[in-house]
Design a binder for this molecule. Structure first.
Ligand SMILES: Nc1ncnc2c1ncn2[C@@H]1O[C@H](COP(=O)(O)OP(=O)(O)OP(=O)(O)O)[C@@H](O)[C@H]1O
Length: 237
C-alpha cells in the first residue's frame, strides 16, 4: 500500500520544549485517518509541519510521495482546514471561495455545488461577516475541498458545529473518502472519530502511542473512548 503521508523522526521544538518528538507517521492512501491526543499533544503542530506552515527541527517525510522539504510541489494536491481560516469579512462565502480558487489557479465552476455540499447553498451570497461560527467552519471545509485534492487535512473540523452540523460533517468526510481521497482529521470527538475513521494515530506529549487500523485498536472490545482513556491512564501511571 502506498502512503499518502510518511514521516520519520519528525520533530519540533519550541525553546527547550520538544512538542513533536520523533514522530513516525504512515497514513495509507485512501484511508480516513484520525489524529487524536490530549490538548497540547502536538496534533496541530504536526499538521502544520505537513502543510509547510512550520519547519521541522528534525526528521524526514513525504506527502503524496513528494518530500516534506518541498511543500510547494505537493500543496496543490492538498486541501486543508487549519485553525481559523482567513476569509475577507465583506465578501460573500461564494466570492471568498472564488478568490481562493483564483489564487490557487483552480477552476471556480464547482463552487456553487461545493457550497451546497457543505450546507451553505442558501447563504453562499451573504457576507462572511454575517456568518455564524458553524457557517464559517462550513465555508472553511468547502475551501479545503476546492480544486481536486488527493489529501484533505482537517484540524478540528467539528469546532463550532451544532449536532446537525456534526452529522453533516460525518457525511461530508465519508463522501470525500468515497471519492478516493485520503483524509487526515484531528478531533477530540472520539465517538465521531470511531464512526468515520478506519486508520488511527494516537499521540501524547508529541510521541506516537498508536498507529494502525482502527479495528485493531478496537479489537479487544470497548469503544474508542475507553481504549483512549486506558492508554493515557497507562502513560501517566
Ligand atoms: N508557536 C508556538 N510557540 C511556542 N509553543 C507552541 C507554539 N505552537 C504550539 N506550541 C506548544 O506546542 C504544544 C503542542 O501544541 P499543539 O497546538 O500542536 O497541540 P494540539 O495537540 O493541537 O492541542 P489541542 O488539542 O489543545 O489543540 C503546546 O504545548 C503548545 O503550547
Amino acid at each position: 500500500m502506498t502512503n499518502a503521508i510518511e514521516t520519520r523522526g519528525l520533530t519540533k521544538r519550541y525553546g527547550a520544549r520538544t512538542v513533536v518528538d520523533g514522530l513516525d507517521l504512515d497514513v495509507p492512501e485512501g484511508v480516513v485517518a484520525g489524529l487524536i491526543g490530549p490538548n497540547g499533544a502536538g496534533k496541530t503542530t504536526t499538521l502544520r509541519m505537513l502543510l509547510g506552515l512550520v519547519r521541522p527541527d528534525a526528521g524526514t517525510g513525504s506527502v503524496g510521495g513528494l518530500p516534506l522539504t518541498d511543500p510547494v510541489a505537493y500543496l496543490p494536491r492538498v486541501g486543508a482546514l487549519i485553525e481559523s481560516p482567513a476569509f475577507y469579512p465583506g465578501l460573500s462565502g461564494e466570492r471568498n471561495l472564488a478568490v481562493q480558487a483564483a489564487l490557487a489557479g483552480t477552476d471556480p465552476a464547482g463552487i456553487p455545488a461545493l457550497l451546497e455540499r457543505v450546507g451553505l447553498g442558501g447563504r453562499g451570497r451573504g457576507p462572511y461577516q454575517s456568518y455564524s461560527l458553524g457557517m464559517k467552519q462550513r465555508l472553511g471545509i468547502a475551501a479545503a475541498l476546492l480544486g481536486d485534492p488527493a489529501l484533505v487535512v482537517l484540524d478540528e473540523p467539528a469546532n463550532g458545529l451544532d449536532p446537525a452540523g456534526i452529522r453533516d460533517l460525518r457525511g461530508i468526510v465519508r463522501s470525500i473518502h468515497d471519492e478516493g481521497r485520503t483524509v487526515l482529521v484531528s478531533s477530540h470527538l472520539l465517538a465521531e472519530v470511531q464512526q468515520v475513521c478506519d486508520w488511527l494515530v494516537v499521540i501524547g506529549d508529541g510521541r506516537r502511542l498508536y498507529q494502525g487500523p482502527a479495528r485493531d485498536l478496537l479489537a479487544g472490545g470497548g469503544d474508542l473512548e475507553e481504549r483512549y482513556l486506558a492508554m493515557f491512564t497507562k502513560e501517566r501511571s
